[in-house]
Design a protein around this ligand. Structure first.
Ligand code: C2E
Ligand code: MG
Ligand code: MG
Ligand code: MG
Length: 282
């Protein structure tokens, strides 16, 4: 990019559009490597109760410390992981690591310990043995199932796959909670919400980012929150960046939120420090 290039020009240049098949293959090979070379790390972003700032949970978010490209966000490699099937071993590592982290902060804060929310791709969820893996990880770390939340996407539900429904129900019977991520961005059909075994609805940051400036968006969010309450679902608003957004959400009755206003995703030691500070302040 030339020095004089304006911000908008810079934004319009999207490197991913230039990715060739060769580069994809390269990335795939490197990703395979990454799993075995400790290049993957998790960061944890607090999920906060809006009424009083209490930390209800942390979402585990994946990063890749790439040897030459630096730290990569999941958007840069999750598609490749998904298409290649590597998302299965990666997801296994994520689950294991996240459960270990939850175990760690539970040791320090035995009462009212936050849960850990783990993103699960559709492919990973549909892998035979996924429910067994969850049981094994929880049992292996002596962690109650209420400490774990799975974040799934609408794409998993759109297939109308009986096995998926059964597995979701079984996971919830264990006491693990299930959240639908990025709600409102996909081909949401509201009808599935009545049937699918779910506990939490996460409002995508697309909505959060516009409530302060658009009355229409505010009305939409209001509607989503009320819908969720009617269906007995918990709500988490994603991507809260300003106090104004937080206050507006609080006023609509949205109980939980997450976003840079509270904290960016952070490595485990920083998440533990965050919890200690909150405890001191309480
Ligand atoms: P997500 O699950 O919706 O996660 C929230 C994303 O929003 C994260 O991006 C987080 O860093 C970002 N975020 C949080 N607060 C704010 C805010 O206030 N403002 C803005 N602008 N952004 C905020 P991240 O970490 O880049 O992750 C992107 C997506 O990658 C995630 O979206 C999730 O779908 C996926 N992902 C992350 N970790 C995993 C994983 O372990 N497995 C799978 N399958 N997918 C993952
Ligand atoms: Mg998520
Ligand atoms: Mg989301
Ligand atoms: Mg998202």
């Amino acid at each position: 990019v030339s020095k004089g290039a304006g911000k908008s020009q810079w934004r319009r240049y999207q490197p991913e559009l230039h990715t060739t098949i060769v580069e994809q293959l390269e990335l795939r090979a490197e990703l395979d490597h990454a799993i075995h070379n400790n290049q993957l790390v998790l960061e944890y972003q607090p999920i906060v109760r809006l009424s009083d700032g209490h930390t209800a949970g942390f979402e585990a978010l994946l990063r890749w410390n790439h040897p030459t490209r630096g730290r990569l966000a999941p958007d840069a490699f999750i598609d490749v992981a998904e298409e290649s099937g590597l998302v299965v071993p990666i997801g296994e590592w994520v689950l294991k690591t996240a459960v270990e982290a939850a175990r760690t902060w539970r040791r320090e804060h035995p009462t009212g310990a936050p849960y850990v929310a783990v993103n699960v791709s559709a492919r990973q969820f549909r892998t035979p043995g996924f429910v067994r893996l969850i049981k094994r990880e929880l049992a292996g770390h002596g962690l109650p199932p209420s400490c774990l939340m799975l974040e799934i996407t609408e794409s998993l539900l759109l297939r109308d796959d009986e096995q998926v429904w059964d597995d979701l129900a079984e996971v919830r019977r264990l006491g693990v909670r299930v959240a639908i991520d990025d709600f409102g961005t996909g081909y949401s059909s509201l009808s599935y919400l009545r049937h699918v075994p779910l506990d939490v609805l996460k409002i995508d940051r697309l909505f959060t980012g516009t409530i302060a400036t658009s009355a229409q968006q505010r009305a939409l969010v209001d509607g989503i929150v009320r819908l969720a309450h009617t269906l007995g679902l918990e709500v988490v608003a994603e991507g809260i960046e300003t106090t104004e957004e937080r206050d507006l959400l609080r006023r609509t009755g949205c109980p939980y939120g997450q976003g840079f206003l509270f904290s960016r995703p952070m490595p485990l030691p920083a998440a533990l420090r965050w919890l200690r500070l909150k405890q001191l302040a309480a």
